[in-house]
Design a protein around this ligand. Structure first.
Ligand SMILES: N[C@@H](CCC(=O)N[C@@H](CS)C(=O)NCC(=O)O)C(=O)O
Length: 209
């Protein structure tokens, strides 16, 4: 068998609760791409993963001789292969804006909200209201006028952002429930209860090289 042939199943290094890995797993599943799943322990990463991608974050997809170690690259690669419901049929600039805001400033606020002990100089209520102003309010406005962030159809932007909003909602679920964002809560519930999301939350045992 020649090396690098396309019969090799892609290998995905993943971590169940990682939002970046969730968006990659959801997209691979949607695209119908089967992978060899290697669940990692963040505190004891397998050498084979670090050899493929020394920066040591998940997800990492190894396909043929290509290493994709950014979740958005994995999404793009998967959707380039198969995109049955047109997740990519959206305005590129608007999509980028949402996802950059999520992965950049919103992720920073999410970490500050989730790990207050690491940020003793910050006030939690200020962190929360910054996150609300930056992300939750614009999401609510968008979702009040359409079922998904960019219109009436689900797109890669919903999938890229959902795991982070889910994480945000779980930091203090009572607090989240008290927020006046009915449309966002409905969207979150739909994503969370979807077959697609639940199908990628299987508990694998940890991969050992
Ligand atoms: N920009 C990367 C970020 C991935 C990332 O930060 N993943 C976290 C887990 S959620 C990680 O692997 N962190 C390494 C560690 O905690 O050691 C991507 O989009 O894939």
């Amino acid at each position: 068998m020649p090396s690098g042939n396309s019969l090799m199943m892609p290998i995905l290094y993943s971590y169940r609760r990682c939002p970046y890995a969730m968006r990659a797993r959801m997209t691979l599943k949607y695209a119908g791409i089967e992978v060899e799943h290697r669940e990692i322990a963040l505190r004891d990463k397998p050498k084979s993963m670090l050899m493929a991608s020394p920066k040591g974050t998940v997800p990492v997809l190894c396909v043929d001789k290509i290493i994709l170690d950014q979740s958005l690259d994995i999404m793009r690669w998967a959707l380039g292969r198969s995109d049955p419901d047109g997740w990519m049929a959206v305005d590129e600039l608007i999509s980028q804006e949402w996802v950059e805001k999520n992965d950049g400033p919103f992720k920073t606020l999410l970490d500050q909200y989730k790990y207050p002990n690491r940020y003793p100089d910050l006030y939690q209520d200020e962190v929360l209201s910054a996150a609300i102003d930056l992300m939750l309010k614009p999401m609510e406005t968008a979702l009040q006028s359409s079922q998904y962030l960019l219109g009436s159809k689900m797109t890669w932007v919903d999938v890229a952002i959902f795991p982070f909003i889910r994480q945000f909602s779980m930091v203090n679920s009572q607090e989240f429930e008290s927020l006046p964002f009915a449309a966002t809560k409905k969207w979150l519930k739909q994503q969370r209860e979807s077959e697609l999301f639940n199908s990628v939350m299987y508990k694998f045992s940890t991969w050992v090289d």
